[in-house]
Design a protein around this ligand. Structure first.
Ligand code: UDP
Length: 337
């Protein structure tokens, strides 16, 4: 298949590009480098042995999108491009609605003009809100707890309406749990700007000496060790889930929502212990208060992805940690400018 990846140089987009090429597909990457670096393109070429077909375009730029879709043909798009920081979304909601929602609408309009009606959308388990009905199934009630989560839910609803209006559209929203890890080459990985908001990149920056101590946000949750539990999934498993989802669009599935997770919950302390054991470096920690908006536990019911897509996450927690550590120790300051 010929596949357009918006946000193609981002963390999940870049790993999905590798997985798609490995599976024999052709990819075109689109990104505005608002949260990624051009060096990713060199690294992708080194991993795949192929120069990337790339356009520097902001997904809200209708003229830029039109140019890409006029110059290439595509069977499907995978739409990653969107801002993703919960805290920033609370401070700057319009940025999230313009880029997260407006960018999706602009992409869908451009696709419609060119009769490309197959899309895989990057959604998030954040749409389950604070639900404690574990494991989380796709038919669990959704709940908006911040503007970022609202953009994800709104885009899911837009895709559903679009399929309702025009049955040619096939759209699969993938609800990601907690992607971590890196390509085993150590050439690509997660490179957050500023202070990492997420646990795994924070731990790896402590491990490499960029930050002195990991703050554990609460050890008084109703969990076995008191720390928060999440479903961490290797980014390459997640990437392979996208390959399965985009291939599944060829069977004309209409609109669907599918969790991408492992089905296993891991606590903050378990993740820190695994990192210390696998990487062989101490991670100093201090317990502080809970982070506002955090729930105690979240993990997926991953059975729908297995049933519908024939996909299951297969990489272990130790592989996630080993691959993060290889990426972070080979690139202590992330990608070069
Ligand atoms: N967490 C933490 N310290 C940090 C970052 C996160 O203790 O510096 C905890 C957080 O409270 C949650 C878990 O780690 O229990 C995963 O947080 P992350 O932000 O990575 O994912 P999310 O909460 O969005 O699922």
């Amino acid at each position: 298949m010929k596949i357009l990846l918006t946000g193609g140089t981002g963390y999940i987009g870049s790993h999905t590009a590798v997985a798609l090429i490995d599976a024999g597909h052709q990819v075109t990457l689109l990104d505005d480098f608002s949260n990624s670096k051009a060096a990713v393109l060199d690294r992708l070429r080194d991993i795949t042995g192929t120069a990337m077909d790339f356009f520097e375009v902001d997904v809200t730029d209708e003229v830029g999108l039109e140019k890409v879709l006029s110059e290439r043909t595509f069977d499907a798009a995978i739409h990653f491009a969107a801002p993703k920081a919960v805290g920033e979304s609370i401070e700057r909601p319009l940025l999230y609605f313009k880029n997260g929602v407006g960018g999706t609408v602009a992409l869908l309009q451009a696709m419609e003009r060119h009769s490309i009606c197959n899309i895989v959308y990057s959604s998030s388990a954040t749409v389950y809100g604070m639900s404690d009905d574990l494991p989380l199934r796709e038919d669990a009630p959704t709940e908006v707890i911040n503007p970022y989560g609202r953009t994800k839910l709104m885009c899911e609803e837009i895709l559903q309406d679009l399929h309702q209006a025009d049955g040619r559209w096939n759209a699969t929203a993938l609800r990601y749990f907690n992607p971590v890890g890196a390509h085993p080459s150590g050439l690509i990985g997660e490179d957050p700007q500023g202070v990492p908001a997420n646990l795994m990149p924070f731990i790896s920056q402590v491990a490499v000496g960029r930050r002195p101590v990991l703050q554990i946000f609460g050890d008084d949750y109703p969990t076995p060790d008191g720390t928060g539990i999440r479903d961490y999934i290797h980014v390459l498993d997640l990437a392979e889930g996208h390959v399965a989802a985009v291939e599944h669009l060829a069977s004309d599935p209409g609109y669907d929502v599918i969790n991408l997770g492992t089905g296993n919950g891991i606590s903050v302390r378990e993740l820190v212990d695994a990192f210390e054991r696998v990487a062989g470096v101490p991670i100093p920690t201090e317990v502080v208060g809970r982070r506002p908006g955090d729930g105690p536990a979240s993990w997926a019911d991953a059975s729908k992805a297995a049933d519908v897509l024939g996909w299951t996450a297969r990489r272990s927690l130790d592989e996630m940690v080993a691959d993060v550590w290889r990426w972070q120790s080979q690139n202590p300051d992330g990608y070069p400018d």
